[in-house]
Ligand binder design. Structure first.
Ligand code: 13P
Ligand code: SF4
Length: 319
């Protein structure tokens, strides 16, 4: 539509004018993903977004995703301006892990190494020894378990259980969930697989155990994308936010992509797995934040420097 093209052109001009770079997550609107790639920015998983924002020379980062992604960028680069198209874009994992309750949980278990998922507030990260994302969680917890450390994990219970199963680590789990991935259904997936016997099943580890158990590949958004590109299969059933389909279709045009069933799936609504907070990111928001300086992320001291340690530890580990 002409209005969309005009907004995209305006956003492009503003990014160049303000010497800003757009860093987008795979779950945001396809127009924003394309805009990021067409302007020298990045579309990626949360680990790569953090690294790219830190290393890029631009002094203004526009982070299209959810709040914790903007906060991580600001924690890593306090002197850069970090803007978000919509500051209300949050995450059910972040909302379900209030810093005061989390601090009490940590206080009750001082013998445990505190490992938190990236999808948390800066205040929660300030209490953590390590941060992990879905792409490096297994490697980091495996490493800590090999050192004999006992772990306190928050907030995603499904990812925590998956890491525990895979690494054998002693983990105490917070009871959080992603409202998108928690909806995938094992029984319905089993039926769908029977309809598509040649299809490989790709699952994000925030999904329930009954879904992860049927996966050919479990991984972060980038790891699932790599699987579609590289695995020799004609079709894939994908259990993650359907925003990822945009990039999957671009990178693997000949492959058949099928959305895994969720509680809300039906013949008329097949696109149920989409994060309402990721969906708040729009071209208009990119234009507004650059034009009006709206949506700037701030992380106050001393929380910022306290949260920095756990993120840097992860980035050093994955180097
Ligand atoms: P990734 O680290 O795989 O990009 O996941 C972030 C996220 O919010 C998944 O729901
Ligand atoms: Fe959070 Fe889930 Fe949305 Fe990812 S998809 S941002 S984990 S609510």
């Amino acid at each position: 539509p002409p209005q969309r093209d005009a907004l995209k052109a305006r956003a492009k001009a503003l990014l160049a004018e303000r010497q800003a770079v757009l860093v987008a997550h795979y779950y945001v609107d396809g127009d924003l993903q394309d805009l990021a790639l067409e302007t020298g920015g990045l579309v990626a998983d949360s680990l790569e977004m953090a690294r790219f924002g830190r290393d890029h020379a631009a002094q203004t980062l526009v982070v299209a995703g959810v709040r914790f992604m903007g906060e991580s960028a600001k924690i890593l680069s306090p002197h850069k301006r970090v803007l978000m198209p919509d500051l209300d874009a949050t995450c059910s994992l972040d909302l379900g892990c209030p810093p005061e309750d989390f601090a009490a949980f940590c206080d009750a278990h001082p013998d445990r190494t505190v490992v938190v998922y990236a999808n948390t507030s800066a205040a929660v990260k300030a209490r953590a020894d390590w941060m992990v994302t879905s792409s490096c969680a297994l490697a980091i917890v495996g490493h800590l378990a090999a050192e004999g450390r006992k772990i306190l994990w928050a907030p995603d219970r499904h990812l925590g259980r998956y890491i525990q199963e895979q690494t054998g680590a002693d983990m105490l789990l917070w009871n959080g969930a992603c409202i998108v991935h928690d909806e995938f259904k094992g029984l319905e997936l089993d039926l769908l697989r029977a309809e598509h016997p040649g299809a490989k099943v790709l699952v994000h580890p925030e999904s329930p155990q009954s879904v992860v158990a049927q996966a050919d590949v479990v991984g972060s958004t980038t790891q699932l994308l790599d699987a579609v590109r590289t695995l020799d299969a004609p079709a894939f059933i994908v259990a993650t936010d359907n925003g990822l389909m945009h990039r999957m279709r671009q990178l693997a045009p000949g492959k058949v992509l099928i959305e895994a069933p969720t509680a809300g799936s039906s013949a008329t609504c097949k696109s149920c797995a989409h994060c309402p907070w990721m969906a708040m990111n729009a071209l208009q928001g990119v234009v507004d934040c650059l034009e009006q300086g709206r949506g700037e992320i701030q992380v106050d001291e001393p929380v910022r420097s306290q949260a920095l340690g756990c993120i840097e530890r992860m980035l050093d580990f994955v180097k």
